[in-house]
Unconditional design. Structure first.
Length: 424
């Protein structure tokens, strides 16, 4: 269903010319475009084949054999009986020392103690662990998308502020041009503002080139054409809710250890099977006839076999200890991850609060800088200050706005980095 939803969303983006691409769309597209995504199908197919092969253990097991032997001693009549039979005219050749056999053995399992079912469970649990490991690797793609996405947002903000600065400088340039034509302002003042405006246009060209490069990089990473991005909304994150794939990986490893321990129990149970053997060769099952006639014959037998191998008891204690160590390693990995994750959450939460405070201060700084700039424009019109003082105030106001945009984008990025840290 997720893949279908992604394809539908991709089709809609195509129809709209990728006018506005959200962060979620970029993340979904990047995950689908990342080569690691193909690992899921490979793991699933491998697990299905493994489980199917294990299940074939219930099918009759057929073994074809051929052997030739040369024995040092063979079954023979006692000498007294052999002499007596010869007196009766019976010629006993005895069993030949060279013997041959070509046959087929068939074995049908009736009860395996649950071994096949447990092997299938272990194969599925191993596939779950591999899937969880793939989830961990694929999840890291989101962080890389975040870096590119918010860097693009920051460039968009700087370009917007740069355009506003050009508009402001152009207005003052027009005003000074009028004053210069009336002989009220000096030509150098007009040229100073004009040079400042051209410098700002040059900065716009540089920022636009950087944005184009970053947009191409994000498009290549996501596998879709990213033209413009949308500033995501400010959201709340519950620090108590952690859904990171690393935790699911630890759970999958623990379930695998449980399945392997249940497999140890099946090793102590008996096995019951039916068997059939048939062979063509010499000697056969009729030993007396084979002593008198050296010929190949067809032979066969059927029966039931009950086996109970108690050798698993020798290593059971150590095997259980190894599985317990395997559990402890998985639990320790989870504890280490949670410890580092909580520290990261705390740092990101503190950074969000710090940046929120700075953004609030930026609002007041911009208000004051704008007030000073308006006063400077008025003073310039009355000849109280020179144009350099006005440009200084204009740049100071623009610098305050740039800082505010940086703080806002950084705060927004920290909010979504916190979402990434907890997978919410």
């Amino acid at each position: 269903m997720k893949k279908i939803a992604f394809l539908v969303a991709s089709a809609l983006l195509t129809l709209t010319g990728y006018a506005h691409t959200t962060l979620q769309q970029c993340q979904q597209a990047a995950e689908q475009n990342y080569p690691l995504i193909r690992q899921y199908d490979l793991i699933g197919s491998t697990a299905e084949l493994t489980v199917a092969n294990i299940g074939r253990g219930w099918l009759p097991q057929v073994t074809a054999t051929a052997q030739a032997t040369l024995q040092s001693r063979v079954t023979a009549w006692p000498e007294q009986m052999q002499a007596l039979l010869q007196q009766m005219g019976v010629d006993l050749k005895g069993i030949k020392k060279d013997q041959y056999r070509i046959g087929i053995d068939v074995n049908q399992m009736l009860y395996d103690g649950g071994s096949i079912a447990r092997q299938q469970e272990i194969a599925r649990r191993q596939a779950d662990v591999q899937q969880a490991q793939t989830d961990v690797g694929l999840y890291a793609v989101r962080q890389r998308v975040n870096e590119l996405y918010f860097a693009l947002l920051l460039l968009d903000e700087q370009l917007a502020l740069n355009r506003d600065l050009q508009t402001l400088l152009a207005a003052n340039e027009k005003k000074l041009q009028s004053l210069y034509k009336r002989g009220v302002a000096a030509e150098c003042d007009y040229n100073t503002v004009r040079a400042e405006r051209l410098t700002t246009e040059q900065q716009t060209t540089d920022l636009s080139a950087q944005r184009a490069t970053l947009a191409r990089l994000l498009s290549a990473f996501c596998g879709i054409e990213v033209d413009s991005v949308v500033k995501p909304a400010v959201t709340q994150t519950d620090p108590q809710l952690n859904q990171r794939p690393e935790l699911r990986l630890a759970d999958a490893q623990l379930r695998l250890a449980d399945a392997q321990e249940r497999m140890l129990d099946t090793a102590l149970r008996p096995r019951l099977s039916l068997f059939a053997q048939g062979y063509y060769g010499y000697p056969g099952l009729n030993m007396f006839d084979d002593m008198m006639r050296h010929r190949w014959t067809l032979n066969g037998l059927v029966g039931a076999r009950l086996t109970w191998n108690i050798g698993a008891l020798y290593t059971r204690r150590n095997d259980k200890a190894k599985l317990q160590l395997q559990r402890l390693q998985a639990e320790n990995s989870r504890d280490v991850f949670l410890f580092n994750n909580r520290l990261q959450q705390q740092q990101q939460t503190d950074d969000i609060e710090r940046l929120r405070t700075m953004v609030e201060a930026d609002n007041e700084i911009i208000r004051l800088r704008a007030s000073v700039r308006h006063a400077a424009e008025s003073k310039l019109s009355h000849g109280i200050i020179d144009v350099n003082e006005l440009i200084k105030e204009i740049n100071a106001e623009n610098a305050a706005r740039v800082k505010q945009s940086i703080h806002q984008i950084e705060m927004l990025k920290q909010i979504y980095d916190l979402k990434y840290t907890t997978n919410q």
